[in-house]
Ligand binder design. Sequence first.
Ligand code: ASP
Length: 346
Amino acid sequence: MGKEKKPRILIIYTGGTIGMIENPDTRSLQPFDFTHLIDNVPKIKKLDYFIDNIQFNPPIDSSDMSPQHWVDIARHIDNNYDRFDGFVVLHGTDTMAYTASALSFMLENLHKPVIITGSQLPIGEVRTDGEENLITALQIAAATDINGNPMVREVAILFENYLWRGNRSTKMSADNFNAFKSNNYPSLAKIGLGIHFNEEALWRTKSIRPLKVQYGLDNAVIVLDLTPGITEQVLRYQLATPGIKGIVLKTYGAGNAPTAQWFTQAIKDAVDNGMVILNVTQCVNGGVHPMMYMSGNQLASTGVISGHDITSEAAITKMMYLFGLGLSTDEVKRYLNCSLCGEVTI
Ligand code: ASP
């Protein structure tokens, strides 16, 4: 029998708690060199994989993540796509769901696993969750189905006991080890004694086209979060933010907003002036149902598009991606109303 080919995995270390140590002087956490990460997880050597790594220099706290960093991560994947079976991105938890969502749109025709993970406690700490997350992420990135094809062919977040679709995930807890959740989509895998994939939930595409990375992201997009007491002046000021092409409007419940005439008129004026406004619920679970209440209905009549059950992380990055493609306003609206890579239930 021929010798089995070793899985080839590329780790892209961007920073975050997983690679942090305590500064003895200030006692605050700061990033350290990736070499220490491997030193801290000797178990990695027990996996019979070929593992290489690339690290951000310097590693960053994910609060500093920007579209340019997403481009950098995507470029590393693009440049190494044919040489590796899977990719593990080590990332801070704070903006992990944004990065996962952005990459899911940028990496068109992805047929290999891109598993993003991090940890709540630094990998050097005795009770760290980082070691387990890293090892499991590597195993998922190497997993194949009965035909030898990658089990995961999408961008996913592995955290503690679950694998979630990246563009469906949200950071739910600043304290718990199970920090992520996809509130409107089932887990892609449950991690227990073994890794149990939910094959029906995994993204599968019939397309056999090669990977195409879209590097152009347009960050002319903002989030406008509604709160009771918002005034016409504040609303109109935000809707007229210079250079903005798209707004993720975070509404109440099933997509509801104030019914006052000044509110509807201000939104309508913005839409008529070419602003793309996507209605996304503030609730963590469920979605926008514009016809359920008069207030939602009235908002829909202004030309605001329903975001259905999309997360705000996916909504904002999808808009950046669509505007980055140079599409017309109507085309952007059309694609917002479709699922491109499993980010929304239409
Ligand atoms: N502030 C850190 C970050 O997101 C927190 C973490 O890694 O969990 O980079």
